[in-house]
Design a protein. Structure first.
Length: 206
């Protein structure tokens, strides 16, 4: 795909987006670029609506904002703070395991390599790339359902899985757009290019 068309797509996405519509993890990164808070927020955001994640992160981080202080909370206290995020029982255990791992293996610091991030309990490719991008300002393409769906609809890629989409996007998308791409497409996917009944008549890209 021509570089000019990609640049135009990104510009139209930028023009149609508003800061208030960006995902809560992105908003957090813009105010507090703390890799630990971004990691935990991303874990909470999985399978959870953004407004629920926003409330849960605010409650949890008012109680603890470092691996050490988080481990001082019981699993039940974390569970109560993050309810009703998706899989909140599992996530309360996962958060404690991640914190313990960070303290024991990484001197309480969130690692800044993909390999080390993926070694943390329950951290997958999507979460790791988002932490690298938002927490460390490294070039990384975070592919979720919105990015996978819209990239295929736009014809940027022709893929079956998010993993294939990430690899394909790395070949067609200039690196300067990698980190911003997820934020723009998640916002766009929630507002316009929905999984069902997309608002094609009001799409600025059509």
């Amino acid at each position: 795909m021509e570089k000019e068309r990609i640049a135009l797509l990104i510009q139209k996405l930028e023009d149609s987006a508003g800061a208030a519509e960006f995902p809560i993890v992105t908003q957090l990164a813009e105010t507090r670029r703390d890799p630990f808070l971004i990691l935990i927020s991303t874990v909470l955001s999985l399978r959870t609506k953004d407004e629920v994640t926003a409330t849960a992160t605010e409650r949890l981080f008012s109680l603890a904002s470092t691996p050490e202080t988080m481990l001082e909370l019981s699993e039940e206290e974390i569970r109560q703070a993050i309810y009703p995020v998706g899989f909140y029982r599992n996530k309360s255990r996962q958060i404690r395991e991640i914190c313990r791992d960070l303290i024991e293996r990484f001197s309480s610091r969130v690692p800044d390599s993909l390999e080390d991030l993926l070694s943390l309990k329950g951290v997958g490719q999507k979460t790791a790339n988002l932490v690298l991008s938002l927490g460390f300002e490294k070039d990384a393409i975070c592919v979720d359902t919105h990015v996978h769906r819209i990239s295929n609809r736009l014809g940027l890629v022709s893929t079956k899985t998010p993993e294939q989409t990430e690899s394909a996007l790395q070949n067609v998308l200039p690196r300067r757009y990698w980190s911003r791409y997820n934020t723009l497409l998640v916002s766009f996917g929630q507002r316009v290019c929905r999984p069902l009944s997309p608002l094609c008549s009001s799409c600025p890209l059509c």
